[in-house]
Design a protein around this ligand. Sequence first.
Ligand code: UT7
Length: 325
Amino acid sequence: MTVIRPVIIGTGHYLPARIVPNSEFAATLDTSDEWIVSRSGIERRHFAAEGEYTSDLAINAARAALANAGVTAQEIDAVIVATSTPDYTFPAVATQVQAGLGMTQGFAFDIQAVGAGFVFALANASGLILAGQAKRVLVIGAETFSRIMDWTDRGTCVLFGDGAGAVVLEAQAGSGANTDRGVLACDLHSDGRYRDLLYVDGGISRTGTAGVLRMQGREVFRHAVEKLAATATSALEKAGLEAGQVDWIVPHQANLRIIKGTAQKLGLPMENVIVTVQDHGNTSAASIPLALSVANTQGRFKPGDLILTEAIGGGLSWGAVALRW
Ligand code: UT7
């Protein structure tokens, strides 16, 4: 039986030039490099320059992904950007990426599922491909979280960073077996009762302002490991696979302790986990495509490798995608 499989044929990423080490925060806040590294694993992060916006980061990552895939922007049918920090309330960042790439064909829209945004975008892009709505989709995660920080709140402002990652997803023929390349299964969840654990305290309809991020870190942490392990297991089960068959976990990069705890719950050693949180901080929806692209650039994935992505963020929203490289 021939089936359609959405296959990642290229990756790319972009990080703003300015690198901010933990020591910079100790100058203005009651914090230390030792606290930040031991509690989160973060050593540095990138911050966008004045005049550099989410769409700029997204366009740079998209260009790199197209080059890596060996396709032109004119061969793309849809652009999806996962972001919670768009340039404007509207239009979507994705339409600015479309214009920036010189595309006049296809369609473009944003997805907002915060830290889980890229997993939601990848699942939606896969759905468009499986439904025959698109043959090639550019899926991007791009954020400028430095624009929604409360710089007096040491519990949050030391954790986040800016950046963008992108993949090109292409419809290819598969056999229907879980040995096929491409997206094999997706598992998505949200539970809006947990809004207060992680949210931004402003917005167009409520306050007419952008607001700043508020987080009950310890509570989010408590939900994270349990929900991530459950959704990862569920994505694998849907594909008829189990954790022992996973070659690489590419997790949302929020906290090294969450990454380790989830891998441990799945019974996988850290050698099988891609970790970039030390260099990027938490870049929300950008963290998984950034990690995918960095690891791909390092030549770590082999064709046929089973890759499991998992993420959680504000909402709460969480999910996982199992795919074969
Ligand atoms: O992308 C969305 C998903 N987000 C996440 O996954 C984040 C989940 N949460 C976390 O990553 C962790 O909870 C944090 C890194 C945010 C915090 O680590 P923790 O081990 O849960 O620390 P805590 O919040 O329980 O705070 C411990 C102590 C507190 O002091 P007391 O109350 O014990 O005296 C905090 O006030 O650490 C204090 N603290 C700090 N100290 C130095 C909080 N932030 C800082 C800081 N520097 N930057």
